[in-house]
Design a protein. Structure first.
Length: 392
């Protein structure tokens, strides 16, 4: 009892018993760790290194890879976020700061009676507001026509123009009914978000215009209306090279595709019979010899038929602007194409004043045109092409 187990060593070759040794003596002789324990420890260490340590290293490397990838991903995300621009304000409202003038002269303004650099009734101010409630700076504002109502004899209203779209009648009235001719209609906003548009010029026919402002392809909700009129009261067709003025009669014939032999000039006078500079004249062809239209043609039907129309399309139908003497000269007026063998030329300024070239009974001074029973000779058309065949 209380005694430690003893180990005895027997040499089988000699058959002699050795002295018994205690465990402490054995450890003193072999060290704290016996030889058998050292061998077992080495084997276990080798096994743990090749299996457990290897698996542990792979897990550690994979974990480090995941951690490194996550750090790189977070770095790139922050880099992309830092490179993004700040959110820009968005246009919210486009409104007119001051009401435009209700009365407006077509074309360029006559500055003879105005101080230098001053344009009477030509200033338009548009305010542009952002979604943040502040002004939009350095954005371009454009004025445009969204609707037009004709006040004269020309069927140039928006609904009438849409009704004859794609017809021969549209070719005949394409230039004279072009109401979307605006100049100096662009302005940029200042620090207060106000765009000032000065000296707006509208070269379309006289009538009631509906104007709106557009900014960055966004159309303003506010619409304003202006009545465009012409200061021209009298107009005459004269010979371009005769001095003093001499009336020019229409040519008896002309060739299709070539300009008229004598290019007409038109004198433009105001109510006091003073010359009007910086104004242009437009020519168009009329199916009837007289003007204005009377009878069934005076009441224009809302529908335009695709067939049965007498149409003549002109080349260079717009003249150069008039000089200081009020003379507007045509450069290359002629017939471009026709489905008839004759043409009647009508000259107009802003679709308000007209001069039918082939009507000898027309007098621009007459307040009420009178019907004069006379024959109105047209201009005959000739061409080198007489037959056209469709071969394929």
């Amino acid at each position: 009892m209380g005694m430690k187990a003893k180990a005895s060593w027997v040499l089988p070759t000699q058959g002699q018993e050795t002295a018994a040794e205690t465990e402490d003596e054995t450890q003193d002789r072999k060290g704290k760790l016996g030889a058998a324990d050292k061998v077992a420890w080495g084997v276990n260490k080798l096994c743990f290194f090749t299996i457990s340590d290897l698996v542990e290293d792979k897990c550690r490397v994979r974990l480090l890879n995941v951690l490194a990838f996550s750090l790189v991903y977070v770095f790139f995300v922050f880099a992309m976020l830092s490179s993004l621009r700040e959110a820009q304000p968005i246009i919210r409202h486009i409104i007119f700061s001051n009401p435009p003038p209700a009365f407006y002269f077509a074309g360029a303004y006559d500055t003879r009676n105005a101080p230098p650099g001053v344009f009477v009734n030509r200033s338009h101010k548009v305010y542009v507001n952002s979604d943040l409630g502040g002004p939009m700076q350095d954005v371009n504002v454009t004025l445009g026509v969204v609707d037009y109502r004709s006040q004269g004899y020309l069927p140039c209203s928006t609904d009438e123009k849409l009704a004859r779209q794609g017809t021969n009648e549209d070719l005949r009235l394409k230039e004279v009914c072009n109401y979307d001719k605006l100049e100096y209609n662009l302005g940029a906003t200042d620090d207060m978000g106000i765009a000032t548009i000065s000296n707006l010029q509208m070269w379309g026919p006289s009538g009631l215009y509906t104007i709106t402002a557009t900014c960055n392809d966004l159309e303003g909700a506010e619409e304003v209306r202006m009545r465009i009129v012409s200061p021209v009261s009298y107009m005459y067709v004269i010979h371009p090279d005769k001095d003093p003025f001499e009336a020019l009669k229409p040519p008896t014939s002309t060739r299709v595709g070539q300009p008229l032999e004598i290019q007409p000039a038109v004198v433009l006078l105001d109510f006091n019979k003073l010359p009007l500079p910086n104004r242009s004249v437009t020519a168009f062809a009329n199916p009837d010899p007289s003007w204005p239209p009377r009878g069934p043609r005076a009441q224009l039907t809302p529908q335009v038929h695709m067939r049965g129309q007498k149409v003549v399309e002109l080349n260079c139908p717009t003249s150069a602007v008039s000089d200081e003497n009020g003379i507007a000269r045509f450069q290359c007026l002629g017939v471009k194409g026709a489905n008839v063998d004759h043409v009647f030329f009508i000259f107009t300024e802003s679709g308000d004043q007209f001069f039918p070239w082939h009507d000898p009974g027309f007098a621009p001074q007459a307040l009420y045109p009178m019907d004069i029973v006379t024959y109105r000779y047209p201009t005959l058309l000739s061409t080198d092409v007489y037959e056209v065949y469709l071969i394929s």
